[in-house]
Design a protein around this ligand. Structure first.
Ligand code: SF4
Ligand code: SF4
Length: 433
């Protein structure tokens, strides 16, 4: 029997109306909700979403596109779950209503994206080919130099800005399937590295830094090539069948590797992988195996902070602040560990920003689907970043990193957005800023 989880993404059950009769309409959640703080509309609040969901479940309202839209406007940040005095979980409810909508009217595109594309890493890599050609053949440089990107609609322009430099080859082809510990003596642990889609396609410097830092700290690192998407995009769009198919594939894959621990440098992947034990709990063939898998999963900062780390000899000069990804601070309760890693680095001055644990507005695809809200939430985050005068913004989630990169450009800052482990790696490698 698995324990209930505080992670909003763990509670994928058919919505039960009785669970939500307890809302006392106190309003405590309102100003902790980023979407309500921006629009000050009741339907954009946790209380409003609970009200709408209850009406649907009691048969008093139809699951109309407008109503479902209120559920999709939710950033699923989980702040409301944390604050509600009577234990309501509006973030879960919003996700459950998305699932309900998918049952009523399944969308064909989800079949293609979640059951075909994300299930095949090679196909995804092929899908980024036009992007790679755009960047590698110099079209991006030319477009920026001639300010052609300013002719794009704002949304597309910001999406273009958000993209990191797409590597010529994905991380899968750069990270060996086995990396030996680089120090003296026997390896401390055999660590499985879950290489998520974003790291594979866009963030290979972060992925290779993770492997180097683990190996330098006397771990043997095993990186399977055939890991599939963790399943979070499918959860976000209510396709739990796809999620469970990803979960079964990944559980089986890592079982064969016989690793002591499974690490990920993506907060979103980590928050999903840790919940496979819930997603497959009612499947007698998989429940125990999923439980064993999830019990091994740790965020990279969580794992490294628990190790007797080698102190980096090099320095990274500058000031750093840290943004807490919702999927790490709320879904996994990991916040002290990345800060601890940053404070290990000589030369780096750590400055805490205000509201470090507030959502940055990324929530996966909000920049595409809900541009105005996403940017308004981001601008608040960047005002807090600017007040720290940081040279580096560290964050352990590729989605947040992309969003913060847009924020840096929008707000005219010069800060560099990095994963905390990259800074650690630079200190080990004696890189200077
Ligand atoms: S969801 Fe919780 S915090 Fe929000 S109004 Fe209802 S009882 Fe109050
Ligand atoms: S999960 Fe976040 S955005 Fe969604 S209702 Fe709760 S606080 Fe608001």
């Amino acid at each position: 029997m698995t324990e209930p989880s505080h992670n909003p993404f763990a509670n994928l059950e058919v919505p039960v109306e009785e669970d939500y009769l307890h809302c006392i309409r106190c309003g405590t959640c309102l100003y902790n909700c980023p979407t309500y703080r921006e629009s000050v509309r009741e339907t954009d609040s946790p209380r409003g979403r609970i009200f709408l969901a209850r009406k649907v479940l009691e048969g008093e309202a139809k699951l109309t596109p407008n109503l479902i839209e209120q559920m999709y406007r939710c950033l699923a940040c989980g702040a409301c779950n944390e604050i509600c005095p009577v234990g309501n979980r509006p973030a879960d409810m919003a996700l459950q209503l998305r699932w309900l909508a998918q049952q009523v009217e399944p969308a064909g595109w989800k079949q293609v994206v979640f059951h075909q594309l994300l299930a095949k890493p090679g196909l995804m890599e092929l899908g980024t080919l036009p992007l790679r050609l755009y960047q590698l053949l110099g079209f991006r440089t030319v477009a920026n130099a001639l300010r052609l990107t300013s002719l794009l609609p704002r949304q597309l322009r910001d999406m273009e800005r958000q993209l990191p430099k797409v590597p010529a080859r994905p991380a899968r082809s750069r990270v060996p399937s086995i990396t030996q510990a680089t120090g003296q003596g026997a390896p401390k642990s055999r660590v499985g590295y879950f290489l998520g889609c974003a790291q594979n396609l866009l963030f290979y410097p972060g992925a290779t830094a993770v492997v180097r830092v683990l190996a330098r700290n006397q771990n043997q690192v095993v990186t399977p090539e055939s890991a599939q998407c963790c399943g979070m995009p499918a959860i976000g769009y209510g396709d739990w069948d796809a999620l469970r198919a990803f979960a079964r594939h990944n559980v089986q894959l890592f079982e064969k590797l016989d690793v002591d621990v499974i690490v990920t440098d993506c907060a979103t992947c980590g928050s999903t992988l840790k919940e496979y034990k819930h997603y497959l709990a009612s499947d007698p063939q998989w429940a125990e195996r999923a439980n064993a898998f999830s019990s091994k999963v740790q965020d990279i900062s969580e794992y490294l902070a628990s190790c007797d780390l080698v102190k980096p000899e090099g320095r990274v000069e500058g000031r750093v602040t840290y943004h807490d990804p919702c999927h790490l601070v709320r879904a996994q309760r990991v916040s002290a560990q990345p800060r601890k890693l940053l404070q290990l680095i000589d030369g780096l001055e750590f400055v805490e920003m205000n509201e470090a644990n507030w959502c940055c507005g990324s929530a996966g695809s909000q920049i595409i689907t809900h541009y105005e809200t996403s940017m308004a939430v981001l601008d608040k985050k960047m005002a807090n970043v600017a007040a720290t005068e940081a040279d580096y913004i560290a964050s352990g989630c590729p989605g947040c990193q992309m969003q913060l990169t847009v924020g840096v450009k929008r707000s005219g800052l010069r800060a560099k957005v990095v994963h905390p482990v990259q800074l650690l790696d630079w200190a080990y490698e004696q890189h200077q800023r």
